[in-house]
Design a protein around this ligand. Sequence first.
Ligand code: HEM
Length: 152
Amino acid sequence: MPTSDSTAPRVVSARPEMTARLMAETGLDEDILTALVHRFYAKVRADDLLSPVFAARIRDWGPHLDRMVAFWSSVALMTGRYHGAPVPAHAALPVTWDHFDRWLALFRATAAEVCPGPGAAHVIAAAERIARSLHMAVQDAQACPHAAPALR
Ligand code: HEM
């Protein structure tokens, strides 16, 4: 007979206990993260500074949005759903801190709209940390375009 465990997360996770704990602490789940990602990129695509950078690289938004939901699921709930390499994807982008600053402003606003308070704080702290790392990788690549990125 199947057992039911009320603490089990309703998402597929490589670390089910940790995911269940993070879901309980933050109030986040896959539906909220999907809404966060879709609403955030709608704002990005309407933004005068950011939209040209994305438009030059992303033709088909469906796979990008799916990848970004998997990314936020991995970052916020430790599900292990994302298997990519963000640093090389950003190192050669024509961006400065102004772009990251705008990205973060839109992300904070969207998180506040979509996530419960503790969940918004959780994803915003992660976004700020990752934005700083990506910006360092961009600066490294701009200073020394033929070197391998310092951060992976
Ligand atoms: C200046 C701000 C940013 C810009 C303009 C930007 C732009 C982009 C673009 C154009 C791509 C698609 C790359 C490609 O497929 O060729 C991408 C991918 C991605 N971005 Fe950003 N991004 C920014 C900041 C961030 C931040 C702060 C995060 C994380 C908190 C992030 C996470 C990702 C991830 C996970 C991918 C998918 C990488 C992969 O697996 O291929 N980005 N971004």
